[in-house]
Design a protein around this ligand. Structure first.
Ligand code: HEC
Length: 107
């Protein structure tokens, strides 16, 4: 009996993990290489919490592009209670602007 519940648990979590991975493909073709290069995708998904908030939830805060660029370089963990603090990320301005515009394009 114990083995069967273990099997079921493995199956359920495996499916969830697989689902998450499939969703990482959600980034559009021009944004995905940036999310990968700067490792953002490891902690953020488009529409679900991962380590950090879903980009759709970030978009709801209605930050300006400049503000998002600033927050990528210098995160403010107090904006996201209940989350671990994000490490400051070094992203060249051009790319940070692209990422910020993409985040703000999400509804
Ligand atoms: C190691 C995990 C991790 C990585 C890598 C990461 N983030 Fe985050 N991010 C977080 C967490 C956790 C939060 C929420 C806590 C915080 O803001 O410190 C967050 C918050 C944010 C916010 C909201 C800031 C705010 O104050 O509202 C933005 C925007 C963001 N991340 C963008 C990015 C981008 C773009 C990248 C890639 C350049 C990136 N993150 C990489 C974990 C990560």
């Amino acid at each position: 009996m114990k083995n069967i519940s273990k099997l079921i648990l493995t199956f359920v979590f495996g499916t969830i993990a697989f689902g998450f991975q499939a969703k990482a493909e959600d980034f559009p073709a021009d944004i995905k290489p940036l999310m990968t290069k700067y490792t953002c995708f490891a902690c953020h998904k488009v529409d679900a919490r991962l380590v950090g908030p879903a980009y759709k939830d970030v978009a709801k805060k209605k930050y300006s592009v400049d503000k998002i660029v600033a927050l990528i370089a210098k995160p403010q963990p107090s904006n996201w209670p209940g989350y671990p603090p994000m490490a400051p990320m070094t992203v060249p301005k051009d790319d940070a602007v692209k990422l910020a515009k993409y985040i703000n394009s999400l509804k």
